[in-house]
Design a protein around this ligand. Structure first.
Ligand SMILES: NC(=O)c1ccc[n+]([C@@H]2O[C@H](COP(=O)([O-])OP(=O)(O)OC[C@H]3O[C@@H](n4cnc5c(N)ncnc54)[C@H](OP(=O)(O)O)[C@@H]3O)[C@@H](O)[C@H]2O)c1
Length: 330
């Protein structure tokens, strides 16, 4: 039987405007970096995508290299679209990116026009789409003129293959330059995607000022520090966790005594708020109204449901915020 979306879905999650654009995003977006690849459980990730949409999450974040193997998350998402979500295409904000290593040779990564536009064509084919909603340059390329990289993003829009463009992992100064170039090209930068969480505060050192002053949206990834900001590592490394999988993205070396002790204290604080640590860590990122959305990366339905329930308590008292800073700074 074909899928019919929950008719209540838009009453379930607040939206925030993305910079000064016409785009509004749900407070939580669903990321497909891990858990949606060729090695993952097809039943589980299908359920997650559908449950997310039924819960008001209509933004799905992908990249050319998501898997593993690279490209398989886009293929799998394409199949979910074809089987279930296709009738809802005009409600979805689907993003993809190019920048990291994807195929051999000099045009398989970084920021050349040749790589970005070839990669976008490949992504569209894998997902079975005519266009994506947001096409990102996934990282700043110091060896390619920014004019070329931004020109490629603008071409993607001019060719009807993307509706909006974004940049990810760009430092503050290069972000300013990229935004200025895109404005000149008549294709404004919609959004910047950056790593931000309680343990990683770098965007506060300049990037967030740039985005606020330029009125560009801001979407956060790794809000749970890939799982460190949950209670899972407090008693050791669970068997099915990201750190145990040794994919190279979250290494056991990162789970230092200091970090685990902070997670333990933050977990007590979260419990006092009536939340899991994962929930508190997610909504902590949303305390700044300039953050448009947080991209969640759940591995299963239980985690997805836990993440969504975080929106039940978005408020922090001054005392709680001070206590979080105290824990992080000890
Ligand atoms: N632009 C970029 O360069 C970039 C980089 C990274 C990510 N992203 C985007 O951001 C998305 C999220 O990134 P991320 O995966 O690093 O996010 P994250 O939320 O920091 O980490 C996700 C991991 O946290 C654990 N987790 C999630 N919810 C949990 C819960 N309720 N309870 C216990 N554990 C929970 C799971 O780990 P276990 O598997 O151990 O259970 C899950 O795999 C990606 O899918 C991608 O779309 C973008």
């Amino acid at each position: 039987m074909s899928y019919i979306a929950n008719s209540d879905r838009y009453s379930k999650m607040d939206l925030r405007r993305c910079g000064n654009s016409g785009v509004r995003l749900p407070l939580l977006s669903l990321g497909l970096w891990h858990n949606f690849g060729g090695v993952d459980d097809v039943q589980e990730y299908r359920k997650m995508a559908i449950h997310a949409f039924d819960s008001g999450i209509f933004h799905f974040d992908l990249a050319n290299n998501y898997g593993p193997p690279p490209g398989s998350a886009e293929e799998n998402f394409g199949s979910i679209l074809k089987d279930d979500l296709k009738g809802y295409r005009d409600e979805l904000i689907i993003s993809t990116k190019a920048g990291f290593d994807m195929w051999e040779g000099p045009y398989g990564e970084w920021g050349s026009r040749k790589y970005l536009l070839a990669s976008l064509d490949q992504s569209l084919k894998r997902m079975g789409l005519d266009y994506v909603d947001i096409f990102y340059s996934h990282r700043y390329d110091p060896d390619t003129p920014l004019e070329e990289t931004m020109g490629a993003l603008a071409s993607a829009v001019n060719h009807g293959k993307a509706l909006y463009v974004g940049i990810s992992n760009y430092p503050p100064e290069e972000t300013t330059q990229a935004i200025n170039i895109l404005n000149k090209l008549g294709t404004p930068c919609l959004i910047h995607q950056q790593k931000y969480n309680m343990l990683h505060r770098e965007p506060e050192e300049g990037l967030y000022d740039v985005l606020e002053s330029k009125k560009v949206g801001s979407i956060v990834y790794s809000a749970l520090a890939q799982g460190i900001l949950t209670s899972k590592y407090i008693g050791g490394i669970p068997q099915d966790s990201r750190a145990s999988r040794e994919s190279g993205f979250l290494t056991k070396d990162e789970l230092t005594d200091d970090v685990i002790s902070k997670a333990q204290k933050l977990n007590w604080l979260a419990q006092d708020r009536g939340q899991s640590l994962a929930q508190t860590a997610l909504v902590w990122c949303l305390r700044d109204p300039n953050i448009t959305s947080v991209i969640i990366g759940p591995r299963n339905m239980k985690q997805l449901e836990d993440n969504i329930r975080s929106l039940g308590n978005l408020d922090f008292s001054d005392q709680e915020l001070e206590e979080i800073e105290r824990i992080l700074n000890t």
